[in-house]
Design a protein around this ligand. Structure first.
Ligand SMILES: *[C@@H]1O[C@H](CO)[C@@H](O)[C@H](O)[C@H]1NC(C)=O
Ligand SMILES: [Cu+2]
Length: 258
């Protein structure tokens, strides 16, 4: 009996897993690093709600993470920060030079950002004296360093340039002060975003130590949860009909201003 139930659950989860994606690898100096080495493990909430958090002995193991690629849909949850509340919430920290290009790879089936949506990358500096590995990213600490928005033309078409990307790369601003940071990437999939809570957030946080940094003052600073309510015009919208005439990217302006 128990075996049958377990098999049914595994089958259901396998079917679900085919629909989504995660961000397992930091890309540094043009090379993909080991999965989940510098990126914090992401949540396994559907497994937990179906089975209870201790249902499987391997619950906290790597294989479990790969079977649940589900997005976050509740932007008021603390998991909107790094989506890591049920895992260890930490990883190793990778050294990156200010001004260099880094990135995240996409894993899933298929392994690309195949949902239409927009992308943001935020950073947050660990408080002085705190190892980023021990820090949860709380407080008014996050600034945006990169975004890929939607392209509109007054209502004839809307396109999403992030769609289909197997990896996303972006520069660490050279003005970024040296120190340890969380770097948070999010793809906001908008294919079912016309009702509240329909937008799908694919989130992960890497841990980096910025070296050779500058003397900029990053901002504006925002907090997660808090920055999004779910009612923003760029989060709660129908992308199909009528075709939006304009699109408003969620979150603050990119730092530093171009
Ligand atoms: C890094 O991973 C991405 C995503 O899987 C892949 O598209 C890319 O080819 C990989 N790059 C290298 C250098 O292996
Ligand atoms: Cu999906």
């Amino acid at each position: 009996m128990k075996g049958f139930a377990t098999l049914a659950v595994i089958a259901a989860l396998a079917a679900k897993a085919s629909a989504h994606y995660v961000w397992p690898q930091l890309i540094v100096n043009g090379a993909n690093t080991t999965s989940w080495q510098y990126v914090r493990w992401v949540l396994t909430s559907s497994m937990d709600s179906l089975l209870g958090s201790d249902a499987f002995g391997f619950h906290r193991s790597q294989s479990n993470n790969w079977q649940d690629l589900n997005p976050l849909t509740d932007v008021s949850s603390v998991d909107v920060r790094c989506y890591d509340s049920e895992e260890s919430g930490t990883s190793s920290t990778m050294s990156v030079a200010a001004g260099s290009t880094i990135g995240f790879t996409v894993s899933g089936n298929p392994a690309n950002l195949y949902h239409p949506g927009v992308l943001n990358v935020y950073m947050a500096k660990a408080p002085d004296g705190t190892d980023v590995a021990d820090w949860d990213g709380s407080g008014n600490v996050w600034f945006k360093v990169y975004e890929i928005s939607a392209v509109t033309d007054g209502g004839s078409t809307i396109t999403f340039p992030a769609t289909g990307m197997p990896q996303v790369t972006f520069p660490i601003p050279s003005e970024t002060p040296s120190g340890q940071y969380l770097i948070r990437i999010e793809h906001i999939a908008l294919h079912v975003a016309s009702s509240f809570g329909g937008a799908q957030f694919y989130i992960a946080c890497g841990q980096v130590e910025v070296t050779g940094g500058g003397s900029g003052t990053p901002g504006p600073l925002v907090q997660f949860p808090g920055e999004y309510t779910g009612n923003e015009p760029g989060i709660l919208l129908d992308i199909y009909y009528p075709i939006p005439a304009t699109y408003t990217q969620p979150g603050p302006a990119v730092w530093p201003a171009a």
